[in-house]
Design a protein around this ligand. Sequence first.
Ligand SMILES: Cc1cc2nc3c(=O)[nH]c(=O)nc-3n(C[C@H](O)[C@H](O)[C@H](O)COP(=O)(O)OP(=O)(O)OC[C@H]3O[C@@H](n4cnc5c(N)ncnc54)[C@H](O)[C@@H]3O)c2cc1C
Length: 465
Amino acid sequence: MEKTDTLIVGAGPSGIFTALELLNQGYKGKICIVEKGAAIENRACPKAKTGVCVHCKNCHITTGFSGAGAFSDGKLSLSADVGGELPELIGQDTAQSLIDYTDKIYLSFGADKKVEGVSDSEKIKEIRKKAIQANLKLVDCPIRHLGTEKAQQIYLSIEKHLQKSGVEILFNTDAEDLIVENGVCRGAALCKGKEKSEIFAQNVVVATGRRGADWLDSVCKKHGITHEAGIVDIGVRVEVRNEVMEEVNNILYESKLIGYPHPFKNKVRTFCQNPGGFVSQENYDNDLAVVNGHSYKEKKSQNTNLAILCSSHFQAPFDRPIEYAKKIGELTNMLGDGHILVQRLGDIRDGKRSWQEDLMRSNVKPTLTDAVAGDITSAMPYRVMLSILNFIEEVDTVVPGFASAETLLYSPELKFYSNRVSMNENLETSVKNLYCLGDSSGWTRGLMMASVMGVYLARKLMKGE
Ligand SMILES: Cc1cc2nc3c(=O)[nH]c(=O)nc-3n(C[C@H](O)[C@H](O)[C@H](O)COP(=O)(O)OP(=O)(O)OC[C@H]3O[C@@H](n4cnc5c(N)ncnc54)[C@H](O)[C@@H]3O)c2cc1C
């Protein structure tokens, strides 16, 4: 039986920043991080060599040290208006001051000093004017862009720093269950290969990210941890030529637009814009293939990609939004024979599927080369599809050419935000000594906000020490 003082399950940004801030605040206890994936230096997606996804047991893109952050585009959103609802829990001012603080930590580990999206205020005004004409809201958000390669270097430096400072990191180790006795969390049951063990701790922090959403959901149900059904975002990844997005790319880097298009008025928004970037695939449990996008600091494509997400918030009696989204993903995968589907906007309007040769005739060539041309509308719910199509027409007012017939729509783009775990202002759940962080808590959905939540928790734990 192993013992530690603070046990952190998951080495994504939220878990890492809890450990970092505990060290920064002079924590004297033992810290142990349990991570189902590999150390960052051992993370490599085989697709880079094979050209196709080989469906690893633990996807290297989403698991391992720095979690989904390692291969992410590394865009740190420096505004409390972006990245989830954490400000509702801890206050807008606290969230903003922790963003400024956490940003300095990223800088100290080598993040690029340049901040995008803060210059050219006259030009931003012009873009906002067009957004207003289109009934869209333009959200101001300065961005520090790490880039995928740089993000990995930064997280490698953090990994080495934590280990050198005495933090124990158990890689390739799964937390299978939490040990809860009489409403108090005592530790976790672990599994490494065939080896089973238990680890006990004073504080148990669950920071398992989107990857661990299903696991956390089942653990919440088993141990009576209070939580509620969260929202789910279903959408598409849009890809256009850089020329179309040039103005907003240069002025804003990332244009965060929000609308409530007719007729359903669901919230629809742009997300994760990658100028000169590449559309990518990530795999979840049961081989669910989901589209994403990233961009490198040096290597550039001729395209810009971004997600368009439509939020659905279900009411009682339905409480399984993640399963709902997965079914849509599975259906889309089925139509694409396990691959991501891609369709031209013009073909959707004409009510026909796309063919591979249609794609080759366009200015925009798909950067996700193994995506299969087909019909995404056959798997997408009417409400979501119509909301997205109407939103694209609105964005075309701000970015002329965005709604061109050749614009590519990849599917499924799904964001599972975990059910929202109920917590007090110390981030303690309804089970004593159990805390929940980052994307797995349902309160964040981005690198910076997940990191901030880790810093916030560390300070709270120090106060209770
Ligand atoms: C391709 C991609 C690109 C992205 N780009 C951006 C971006 O540019 N900007 C941005 O702000 N956000 C981006 N994101 C989102 C961002 O990466 C996440 O919001 C962030 O990483 C969340 O941090 P986290 O610590 O909550 O969880 P995660 O980073 O998901 O980390 C959770 C960790 O927990 C581990 N884990 C899960 N279950 C268990 C278990 N049972 N036992 C042990 N370990 C477990 C996982 O292996 C993982 O390492 C991107 C995500 C992806 C996938």
